[in-house]
Design a protein around this ligand. Sequence first.
Ligand code: ADP
Length: 343
Amino acid sequence: MRIVSGIQPTGNLHLGNYLGAIRNWVAMQDDMVNTGGEAFYFLADLHAISQPHVPAQLSANTREMTAALVACGVDPDKATLFNQTQVPAHAELQWLLNGTARMGWLSRMTQFKDKAGKNRDSVSVALYTYPVLQAADVLLYQATHVPVGEDQKQHLELARDIAQKFNNDFAPRDENGEAAPVFTLPEPIIPPEAARIMSLRDGASKMSKSDPSDLSRINLTDDADTIMSKIKKAKSDADALPSEPAGLDGRAEARNLVGIYAAMSGQSVAQILADFGGKGFGAFKPALGELLVDKLAPINARFVALRQDRDALDAILRKGAAKARAAAAPTLAAAYDALGLVR
Ligand code: ADP
């Protein structure tokens, strides 16, 4: 099994990013190590320029995200961790695949329609061809499996269509007429449980870096005292916790706090309510705060140290990129050759 997954570099990382995305990468990496597979993880910095961005922020976020991934347990010795920019084969293969991808296929991408909205004429060409770069990202490494959430399923289907058409049209044939496919068709895998963490101030909106209130989220940079005080100030209600999960219906804030406890402790919501049912938030919040401090303290310590060590971060990305370039080279060469491009 070879899995390939990318994440856009963002700053101000919070508990939602950790529980909803980064932690899954660590789990999949460890799975791959245990089963003899390989994980390729990249920061999608080339994707980031498809929408308006501030250059200095993009480079800072690329390093910040790298620090967060490593602090949270992505191990550059177990997974190949790099940024796209340092592996030019991503951009090269995208161009080669642009000859195979059809306008009609891209026009059907719902994410483009959502992101472009009514401004189709003023969005970048990159936003339109973004799914072709995504196809290159995974086909380059002969990925067998790609973790995808609901919103990315259509893009993986497109990657498979592109791979299939390219193989059909251009795969070299041996003397018996048998085609040797250039690309592996990747299968989707549903990432292991994707927790959705809500704002600490409003159980109806998701925890986000763009929420103006810092009290709405736990940042990976927050120290123990800050975590404790944010949990104590978190919006809740005056009732005791129920003994069964169904009792959380209509209590968005209570559900979110119990959900965070469940995600951090590895216990089910039912188990937690069996312990805390009948108790109020005066008892639950300190327990949740302590759990968070306990689990996040080592991550926080590594993150805070690493994010200011630019040399160490750049060395991590350089080393990962060298491994990725070597892994990508044979497929890129095969694609050039199949197209009749002299190199
Ligand atoms: P934000 O909403 O803070 O801008 P991003 O859109 O940059 O976060 O998300 C980066 C990654 O973190 C994505 O994979 C996203 O699914 C995950 N993520 C972000 N916020 C949450 C959340 N509140 N709960 C679960 N996952 C989240």
